[in-house]
Design a protein around this ligand. Structure first.
Ligand SMILES: C[S@@+](CC[C@H](N)C(=O)[O-])C[C@H]1O[C@@H](n2cnc3c(N)ncnc32)[C@H](O)[C@@H]1O
Length: 286
């Protein structure tokens, strides 16, 4: 139902449960699902997904993803681990439900783990926790529907650090004396013209609030995966779109976007943001 006029509209947002929304799309139609579901145990105005029921909550979304992703498609879930309630006088323990989800994505849903990337937050919100170190990272569970998969690493290369460039300039690689193959003859390595290989760690600041939303994420997160896994006019879907950050990045890069959220006010904000981006990109294209 959603795909009839997506080519001309470029984006569609709807106030509906994300799994139900995805099921209304044709099978094998989505190139990338990127999204950030409610985090386990986080108390938000859109409710709490408790760690004990987290897998159950996620199940309809991964079921739908499996059906609706193209065979060459990907799913990336941005999520933060939680701590479980303490029992008696014991300390709270770090919940492993995210790791359980990742294992199930492979073992139960038959998806293929490209990587579990780490987003290191340069300005994490401080907590009162005194039984472990401050929580300063989130995980991006990156899975492919098929193996072999194809990702465009060149699109996400990064600038070389000065230190690396110096090493390249000054070092010569020589064959090892013990005869094991490392380099066959003396050679220098020159930097790749498009930049250094991307890393599986993303470092950056947490976004400021967007209107009433409590968990807006910075555009550089979805942007990385959109660049690496999609081409122009491919369909990107965010089943928990919030204020539409994934859509903003998708439209800026010439991709099609469909987003779902159960909160009317976020869907309205997303609609406004995306209309604005579309106007700007169309103007630039003229
Ligand atoms: C962590 S936030 C995502 C924020 C988003 N990435 C952004 O930048 O604004 C989780 C979102 O999931 C939405 N949500 C909760 N249950 C949902 C459901 N069943 N279907 C779709 N969205 C849901 C919430 O309303 C919330 O906006």
């Amino acid at each position: 139902m959603y795909l009839e006029d997506i080519q001309s509209r470029r984006f569609i947002v709807d106030c509906i449960d994300g799994a139900t929304g995805m099921l209304a799309l044709p099978d094998n139609s989505i190139k990338l699902i990127y999204g950030s579901p409610p985090y386990p145990n986080a108390e938000r105005n859109y409710g709490i997904w408790r760690s004990e029921e987290y897998i159950e909550r996620m199940t309809p979304f991964i079921d739908a993803a499996k059906l609706k992703l193209r065979d060459d498609g990907f799913i990336v879930i941005n999520v933060k681990a939680c701590r479980d309630k303490h029992k008696g006088n014991m300390n709270t323990t770090r919940s492993l439900v995210i790791e359980k989800l990742a294992i199930m994505m492979e073992e139960h849903w038959g998806l293929h783990c490209v990587d579990i990337e780490i987003w290191v937050k340069e300005n994490p919100v401080s907590t009162g926790l005194r039984v472990a170190c401050q929580d300063a990272y989130e995980q991006n569970l990156w899975f492919a529907k098929s193996n072999p998969w194809k990702i465009n690493l060149d699109a996400i290369r990064r600038p070389y650090s000065e230190a690396t460039l110096k090493i390249y300039e000054n070092s010569e690689y020589k064959p090892r004396k013990n005869g094991l193959t490392y380099v066959r003859k003396r050679k220098r390595i020159s930097p790749h013209p498009l930049g250094a290989l991307p890393q599986n760690v993303i470092k950056g600041a947490v976004s400021s609030k967007q209107g009433k939303h409590q968990a807006v994420q910075p555009g550089y997160l979805p942007q990385k995966y959109i660049l690496a896994t999609t081409d122009e006019d491919d369909l990107v879907v965010d089943p928990w779109m919030g204020t539409g950050t994934t859509g903003v990045e998708a439209l800026k890069l010439g991709r099609l976007f469909i987003g779902f959220d159960i909160m009317k006010e976020y869907v309205l904000t997303a609609e406004e943001r995306l209309s604005e981006v579309l106007r700007e990109t169309l103007q630039k294209g003229k």
